[in-house]
Design a protein. Structure first.
Lengths: 103, 562
């Protein structure tokens, strides 16, 4: 069964998957962004709590933008799930890696 | 899925608004009340109705009060399984003693934390808080509910649902929905500027409700966005994205050690006992230094770390009464000698932005006009969401009636509970506060139950009276609950008068604004609610007459045909 037929047969499921990707996937992606941002800014010499604040503020706005973008998107929401969870995990791993080079 | 971006935004606006709007109503309404949380505390705790006090003397007032503090036995018991060995009889490994006050606090809240010997997680501490009269240091009962700062205030950010921090997450998600609703609302409406000046109360109900929704949304758009965003930001690193406490905990620890080394402030205990020099002398020295900088001021926050240990130090922070930051200009002294350790340098640009955003949200500075504008902003947010519900119902009511669907009826009943019900619950707790006996055991719990009980009763009433909505008519619960609000909002100041003797003539005569202000606000709410009830009554009668006329005409038509 192709993605198009799922879309037309289960519009509600499709919508739930889209909103879920925006909220949950967006959260995971924002977490990764904040972790990577905090670690990189600390590495670059910024004070820890300053880096935490700047990364959190940008991360929240990023979550909002992702949520709006994913809900309004045209593509299959599976791509959004994949991209956001994968991207979030990669960014979080980058954060942990940068931390390991400093401690 | 959606034909275009605008359509997607319209869907998001409607459904996110509907599902999380109920929570947002509470965040905005109780946030608006929290602007005057300390004043509401004065109303609810008559023994604390006196003028705000500066930070008292440590040696004379604070020290004996701190020495009396010990953790609550229930907390000690709860921690026992996470400790190797027995719990001490008396906790004396003091992690911190602290006191925070503002220009609006007559009573002083004090805090203490203890390290627990043998704790499996050495970071886990026991804590206690107390409330004292700063004039003489006497302990005030701490089992009384501070309805403003201890109930309405946490209601606006956590719904007082503390289990697994669930309340914080629900409100956080609602704040995110608010941001999404604001952006999508702006996308949906092209004529933003015109909506600032458009309100047509005489038009059809649907149109005037939408006008009001747009007006309250657009007029205070920056306010709504700012509060939803900074609300999320204030808790981001603690609850929503605790990256520095989890994933990047090691980096956080590293930073704290570096900072301690760079600043000359010790990190952790040394284990070597030491005395405590005169703290009042340190406070006086800090104030002298602020004055030398041309910014003489009061102490807002006083904190003693590792009391009784050679690594102990005392930090004195200036109250932010005349600036946006809550506190600042920290000066630190070595606890056992009183020697100056360090003066905080000017804040970094990022820290200044953080201070500005959080300080502007929490508003502990002195500016009464702005304080009232915050209340208006918060209420306009609540009005925007309430009119959003009404628009949802009005738009669908007739279609649903024709189809026999119950959707509009259910949403309308929930809207009654979220709008008039929330106000009734607020009045319910204030009335309960005045009628419950002073020495009732668990009085604070009874007050909370009065709040939730009134709210539940309002929902039941709204559901019970909702049948007309399924026929496309208004729910009479709106009008009936508006009358109930008017009644309770008059009862509360009258009960305040009867139980404390503080009637309006007296409080106004004495210029005691915390209590006079709450009483006047209650009476204003009663007047507004009564006038709304009268209008709703008039409309209901007109609608009933029109319906009767239609039926009569239909009857005549049938007679002619027969």
């Amino acid at each position: 069964m192709s993605a198009t037929s799922i879309r037309s047969r289960h519009p509600r499921l499709q919508l739930a998957a889209r909103v879920g990707a925006g909220v949950v996937g967006g959260y995971v992606f924002a977490w990764g962004f904040i972790a990577a941002g905090m670690a990189l800014m600390s590495k670059a010499g910024m004070e820890f709590h300053d880096a935490e604040f700047v990364a959190s503020a940008l991360g929240l706005l990023l979550w909002l933008a992702v949520l709006l973008g994913v809900v309004a998107g045209r593509r299959n929401p599976a791509w959004a799930w994949l991209g956001l969870l994968g991207g979030g995990a990669l960014l979080a791993a980058l954060g942990s890696f940068v931390q390991s080079t400093m401690a | 899925m959606f034909q275009n971006f605008r359509q997607a935004m319209a869907w998001l606006h409607t459904w996110f608004g509907l599902v999380l709007g109920f929570v947002l109503m509470a965040a905005f309404f109780f946030g608006a009340l929290s602007v005057f949380d300390r004043e509401i505390d004065r109303w609810a705790l008559p023994a604390t109705r006196f003028e705000p006090q500066p930070m008292p003397s440590f040696e004379r007032v604070l020290r004996p009060a701190f020495e009396r503090l010990q953790p609550d036995p229930a907390l000690v018991e709860a921690m026992r399984p996470r400790v190797d060995g027995p719990m001490p009889e008396r906790f004396d490994r003091i992690a911190y003693w602290s006191a925070y006050t503002t220009h609006r606090d007559p009573v002083l809240a004090i805090y203490a934390g203890w390290e627990v010997p043998g704790a499996k997680n050495p970071d886990e501490q026991l804590y206690a808080l107390g409330t004292i009269d700063p004039r003489d240091g006497s302990a005030l009962r701490d089992d009384q509910l501070k309805i403003g700062s201890g109930f309405f205030y946490p209601m606006h950010y956590s719904l007082t649902v503390d289990w697994k921090n669930l309340g914080f997450w629900i409100v956080g998600l609602a704040a995110m929905a608010m941001l999404a609703a604001l952006v999508s609302g702006v996308v949906m409406h092209r004529r933003l500027f015109r909506e600032l000046f458009t309100f047509r109360p005489d038009r059809a109900r649907l149109r005037s409700v939408l006008d009001l929704h747009n007006l309250t949304g657009v007029v205070a758009l920056p306010f709504h966005f700012f509060f939803a965003f900074t609300g999320l930001l204030i808790f981001a690193s603690t609850y929503y994205f605790p990256v520095g406490h989890t994933q990047l905990h090691d980096l956080h620890e590293l930073h704290e050690k570096h900072e301690a080394a760079a600043l000359g402030l010790p990190h952790g205990r040394s284990g070597v006992p030491a005395g405590l020099a005169n703290v009042d002398a340190m406070v006086a020295e800090a104030q002298r230094r602020w004055e030398a900088r041309g910014m003489a001021g009061d102490v807002g926050f006083l904190v003693l770390q590792h009391v009784g240990d050679a690594n102990g130090y005392v930090s004195v922070y200036r109250a932010g009464t005349d600036r946006i930051a809550l506190v600042g200009q920290g000066i630190h002294f070595k606890a056992d000698t009183g020697e100056l350790l360090r003066e905080d340098p000017p804040a970094t640009p990022a820290a200044r932005v953080a201070e500005f955003l959080t300080g502007l949200h929490l508003q502990h500075f002195r500016h009464w006009l702005l304080r009232w504008l915050y209340v208006l902003g918060g209420l306009s947010g609540a009005a925007c969401i309430a009119t959003g519900f009404l628009f949802f119902v009005e738009k669908r009511k007739r279609q649903h009636a024709a189809r026999g669907s119950q959707g509009a009826r259910i949403v309308d009943a929930l809207a009654v509970a979220a709008v008039t019900g929330m106000v009734l619950a607020t009045l319910g707790i204030l009335v309960a506060n005045r009628v419950l006996p002073e020495d009732l055991a668990g009085r604070g719990d009874w007050e909370r139950w009065a709040f939730w009980g009134t709210w539940l009763a309002s929902l039941v009433h709204a559901a019970w009276r909702s049948a007309p909505v399924a026929r496309g008519l208004p729910n009479p619960a709106w009008r009936e609950q508006a009358w109930a609000i008017a009644l309770l909002a008059v009862a509360a100041p009258v009960l305040n008068w009867i139980t404390t003797g503080d009637h309006l003539l007296r409080t106004l005569g004495q210029g005691y604004w915390p209590v006079a202000g709450v009483d006047l606000s209650l009476l204003a709410a009663a007047a507004i609610s009564a006038s709304a009830a009268v209008r709703l009554g008039r409309k209901a009668r007109a609608a009933a007459a029109a319906a009767a006329l239609r039926e009569a005409e239909a009857g005549q038509g049938e007679a002619v045909h027969a």
